[in-house]
Design a protein. Sequence first.
Length: 399
Amino acid sequence: MPRQLLATLSIVLAALLLTACGSDRAPSGGTRAAYAPRTTSVAERTTLPRLHEAVGTVRARTDVNVEAQITGRVLEVLVRPGDRVAPGDTLVVLDGRASQARLDQARQARQSAGSMIAHARDGLASAKASFAKAEATYRRMKQLGEQRVVTVEEVEQAESAYLQARAALGQAEEGVATALARSREADEVVQEAEIGLDHTTIVASEDGEVARRLVEPGDLAFPGKGLLVLQTGESLRLEAMVREGLIGRVRVGDTVRVAVSALGEDEMLEAVVDEMEPLADPVTRSFLVKARLPEAPGLYPGMFGRLFVPLGQREAVLVPEAAVTRVGQLETVMVREGETWQPVHVRTGDRVGDQGGDRPGGLVEVLSGLSGGETLGIGAADPAGEAAGEAGGKAGGDD
């Protein structure tokens, strides 16, 4: 009798389990049948470029270091970091009193040299006249001596006067040459003093932006000391380290894609490789690649960036981002199978720009769950259908 009772209870329990299982499939099928997407799309199988990310930093191509050329006290600093400057704009003013004094002294020396030239030329003119007179006298006395009209002593006296006059003429010519040389030296000193005075007012040589200010009024400036650092917005570039196994895929002149995080993850820039250092870092085994960046609002030196090195092509499945439903970390798409819609779990990757332009929200790569060609539903399930399905499920479970 107990064995018969146990057998009967087992049969009843099995019947109840079968009834419960049959009631779970019905609401599932009813839910899928009730799904009505707003629109549909097809999972696209395409090829995408395989890219390697090389991280780097945005830097200025040339930093203009504004330095002092003379020694002087800083009187004014007319710019601050972030200010835009144009060629000829005054940046720093130094105390120019010492330079002005040197210029005044140099001009006085040049004036004295000019007076020396005038005096030397007067002496030269006098020496030329004396020489001409002595020469004429000597020639006449020499002729008279040959005719024995004058004595030998008188001829010798005339010759001696002639030689003295010629020596005086040579000295006068040397005096003029010396005065001219001193005048040229004085001109050079004046020019140097004028340049020194000009260096007390430091101006911008090109368009740029003040990046750093290294001095304040009252500081002592001297040759070689940095005063300011200027950067030119058009000369920014990304400097990234590319590992040695990939350096052969990058060439000077290539156009590469660059992403700067501060501009937005979806903001891609087209950069041109303009320099590659031929020596690898012995620690990281990487090469430094420098890519020139285009002008972009909000792009500044020091920002983090990524340079994408092309590695070839790869196959990928792309779906509209709106077709993916996310609940926590669970990602689902609705796939049409015949006349019904079935939920399929997928795993997505990077977001890709909308290649066709007719799918709002852009595309996203599906790493697993789809093979391409599936018809996807876009839009939430019909609320009425969901409610009916849930009601049916509850009713079947109660049975």
